[in-house]
Design a protein around this ligand. Structure first.
Ligand SMILES: [Fe+2]
Length: 432
């Protein structure tokens, strides 16, 4: 398959020729972090699939490797031989252009290959790719770069899928060590940022000198923002408990119709991973169960829950462009983002208005193409474009997002009932 000449990302034209040394460094660090995140897992831990939306850690390890093997080594390195001809069927995720594949629901049935065999696969592909890197054309280096950002997305999915799997285990396992100092900075009282209105430049354009961006982040264009204000922080657990105490989960008037049906069918009464015992709420994270941290951002709530909360609060969810216009002046490297080996959970935001890290923020915007968007031809064109229906955009990254992966124009997207990612919300309100 030839991917030559197609644009697979919104990498600006001014920097369309990635530097080999930079790509090698990015590749090596990304691949190492994935392994580090899986270090506490046994083969059994890495094999189970706890729900249809989630994938086994072992599958994530192999799928991200399949991406490099297929779209770089197979297609652009003469003489490369597929590591195991039976494995592409197992580890192709959703690429129709790559043919038949294992059903998603069957990923948790792959007791073989073993975790050790998958790690051997990773090491073989790493060795072949690093040898080939210096010989790759610029457009193929861009595919390697895309593969690194793809793997960073899977690092977060891997963590949230592991969390969901362990949350089914009554042992409340501590996979990662807790902080030596468990105290959190207190969240300040919520306030409103200054009113904003007018035309905003949004999205990531080509030719502006910025770094990598996915194709769905562009083209850059103008959006008209009506007078509004954003809250200066995300909603906290204390505020969510007030919503619950006020009957928020039981008042149909607060809920969208589909949301109310979901709340009823799933018997939803609290955020995911919350448990009540003798009137006290606790939550489970990968460092075990603990009392609800009142100052931390509420997390693991669906779009339906977020929308109901905003209605209860007399506010609404921001649009993705309202969020982006305000976030554009903030540092995407700051905030509570993923640090390997750390205690991965949202924390109190302190006094600084933070737009990045902690929890992905639901917006009221549908995940749809920007004006002028066109998916690339071929398999890589399936990366984003074909998912642009029935999902909502989330912004800002979370405590499980690798540092450096998120930016103001970054568009995450999930279905409105989903909440196993680190998902929270920020309020917005109209002015006049
Ligand atoms: Fe993937």
């Amino acid at each position: 398959m030839d991917l030559g000449g197609i644009r697979i990302s919104n990498r600006p034209e001014a920097s369309t020729e990635p530097d080999v040394a930079q790509i090698a460094s990015l590749y090596t660090s990304v691949r190492a972090l994935t392994r580090e995140l899986c270090a506490p897992l046994s083969d059994a831990d890495a094999t189970i699939q706890s729900m249809l939306d989630a994938s086994p850690a072992k599958w994530h390890l192999a799928h991200t490797t399949w991406f490099f093997e297929t779209f770089v080594l197979r297609d652009h390195v003469p003489g490369y031989r597929i590591y195991d001809p039976d494995w592409p069927f197992l580890f192709n995720s959703y690429y129709e252009a790559e043919g038949a594949r294992l059903a998603r629901a069957a990923r948790g049935l792959l007791s073989r290959p073993s975790l050790a065999q998958v790690i051997d696969y990773r090491e073989a592909v790493d060795a072949a790719l690093l040898v080939a890197l210096g010989q790759l054309a610029p457009d193929v280096l861009a595919i390697v770069e895309l593969g690194c950002h793809h793997e960073q997305q899977h690092q977060e999915l891997l963590l949230t899928d592991i969390l969901h799997a362990f949350a089914q285990n009554p042992l409340q396992c501590e996979i990662w060590q807790r902080d030596a100092n468990p105290s959190m900075p207190a969240a300040k009282k919520a306030g409103w940022l200054p009113m904003y209105e007018g035309l905003a430049e949004v999205g990531c354009d080509t030719g502006n000198g910025l770094g990598f961006a996915f194709d769905c982040e562009g083209p850059r264009h103008q959006a008209l923002l009506h007078p509004h204000q954003l809250a200066d922080r995300t909603v906290t657990n204390a505020e969510w408990l007030a919503f619950m105490a006020d009957g928020g989960y039981d008042d149909a008037r607060l809920w969208l119709s589909d949301g109310w049906a979901w709340r009823n069918s799933e018997a939803v009464r609290a955020p995911m991973y919350w448990q009540e015992s003798d009137g006290e709420w606790t939550s489970y994270s990968l460092s075990g169960g603990r009392p609800i941290d009142l100052d931390a951002p509420v997390c693991h709530v669906s779009f339906f829950e977020a929308d109901a909360f905003a209605t209860w609060a007399g506010a609404r969810l921001p649009t993705e462009f309202e969020w982006e216009a305000s976030a554009a002046t903030h540092d995407p490297l700051a905030g509570n983002l993923l640090d390997a080996g750390g205690d991965i959970r949202p924390r109190g935001a302190g006094d600084a208005p933070a737009f990045f890290g902690n929890v992905w923020e639901w917006t009221g915007s549908a995940y749809r193409p920007y004006p002028g968007f066109r998916a690339a031809d071929g398999a890589i064109g399936e990366y984003n474009g074909k998912f642009m229906n029935s999902q909502f955009v989330l912004r800002g990254g979370s405590c499980a997002t690798p540092r450096g992966h998120v930016r103001a124009s970054y568009r995450n997207f999930f279905y409105p009932h989903q909440r196993w990612q680190f998902m929270g919300l920020r309020l917005a309100r109209d002015c006049a």
